[in-house]
Design a protein around this ligand. Structure first.
Ligand SMILES: O=C(O)C(=O)C[C@]1(C(=O)O)C=C[C@@H](O)C=C1
Length: 358
């Protein structure tokens, strides 16, 4: 009894071997098709081609497998083929961890970002006055924070809202940052302003609304300073990574990614902080990954747990908005912390033991 079973199993082993060889031969062809599709910029998934193949296979199916089973098996093969093409594509991305296994560490005026220690970036939503900036800068310096944010060009939902002080705001940032020995980050919204920004700030921020402003991304790729790229409000991680690739492929490899919440149906927060983005982006790319707790939550009362969650998930830094008098701030009044609130948050973060200073 056991002899024929062994023999049949041996036959199956041989067939498995043949199938494996054929599947891998097929996979090589699939890879070549993937390369052609990459060059042509066409989608990898081709449902029309898949349906035609399934129809032809079921037409020729001699059994005993039923058509539905044949379809199921081949659909799995197509799925695996698609994955292979997508994996190959990812490996080609400059920002991919498959391309560069070691972390990119970005030097922001002496502060390393992405190298195992964490960075705190804090400052007002908008640059409003010298007095406002100096008050925040002084508090940041006292707290040991080295990087200050401040918006000069403000892309606002309503054209009637405060649009920022523009270049004047960048000049103010530079002056105050120099007084207090801080590095600065500010959003740039127009490709023509990138060169100008290099004169005044240390890091160019590309905002969520502009994550797929490809001309701006290309211009940032030509910049000589690092770029902090915010995730778009409705961007998938795939789109986010490709936006970063635009900057890298245009010559600037100093790109930092920042998760700032995505739009969902939830109303208790301004956006939904996608914590899973942190380990996924760290896994898929070699770029530093930060979390903007102010914009993702849009509120002040849950910043500490959200910051701790971000750090525990592997974030390389936290960004938070601080204003001397949030109630009279010209933008984002509801979510900015006043200075004592910031100090309390900062202490909480430090006490958590999750924040390793450079
Ligand atoms: O023929 C193609 O265009 C392929 O990319 C190959 C293939 C396949 O495995 O046969 C893979 C994915 C597509 O959805 C369709 C077909």
């Amino acid at each position: 009894m056991s002899q024929p079973l062994e023999e049949l199993r041996e036959q199956l082993d041989g067939i498995n071997h043949e199938l494996l060889k054929l599947l891998n031969k097929r996979a090589e062809i699939v890879r070549s098709i993937g390369e052609i599709k990459d060059k042509q910029g066409v989608p990898k998934f081709d449902p029309v081609r898949e349906r035609a193949m399934l129809e032809e296979l079921t037409r020729q199916n001699p059994g005993p497998f039923k058509d539905a089973e044949v379809k199921h098996i081949f659909k799995e093969i197509f799925k695996a083929s698609l994955n292979l093409q997508e994996e190959d594509h990812k490996q080609q991305l400059l920002v991919s961890r498959k391309k560069q296994p070691e972390n990119t560490v970005i030097d922001v005026l002496g502060t390393p970002v992405g190298g195992g220690s964490q960075v705190m970036i804090a400052g007002p939503c908008s640059v409003e006055s010298y007095e406002q900036l100096r008050t925040v800068a002084s508090a940041l310096k006292d707290a040991g924070v080295k990087v200050m944010r401040g918006g000069a060009f403000k892309p606002r939902t309503s054209p009637y809202d405060f649009q920022g002080l523009g270049i004047e705001g960048l000049k103010m940032l530079k002056e105050v940052a120099a007084e207090f020995g801080l590095a600065t980050i500010s959003e740039i919204v127009h490709p023509a302003h990138i060169e100008l920004a290099e004169q005044y700030i240390d890091v160019i921020q590309i905002g969520a609304r502009n994550m797929q402003n490809f001309e701006l991304l290309k211009a940032a790729g030509e910049a000589n300073i690092p770029v902090l790229l915010k995730r778009g409000i409705a961007a998938t991680l795939e789109e986010f990574v490709h936006a970063a690739e635009y900057i890298a492929v245009n010559g600037n490899s100093r790109v930092m990614l920042i998760e700032r919440g995505i739009r969902t149906y939830e109303k208790w927060t301004r956006n939904t902080l996608d914590i899973s983005a942190v380990p996924l982006l760290k896994q898929e790319t070699h770029l530093p990954v930060l979390v903007d707790v102010s914009h993702s939550t849009g509120r002040k009362d849950i910043l500490l747990p959200c910051a701790k969650a971000a750090l525990a998930a592997g974030a390389d830094g936290i960004m938070v908005e601080v204003h001397p008098e949030p109630q009279v701030a010209l933008s984002d009044a509801a979510q900015q912390l006043n200075i004592p609130q910031f100090q309390e948050l900062w202490e909480g973060i430090r006490l958590s033991g999750l924040f390793k200073e450079a």
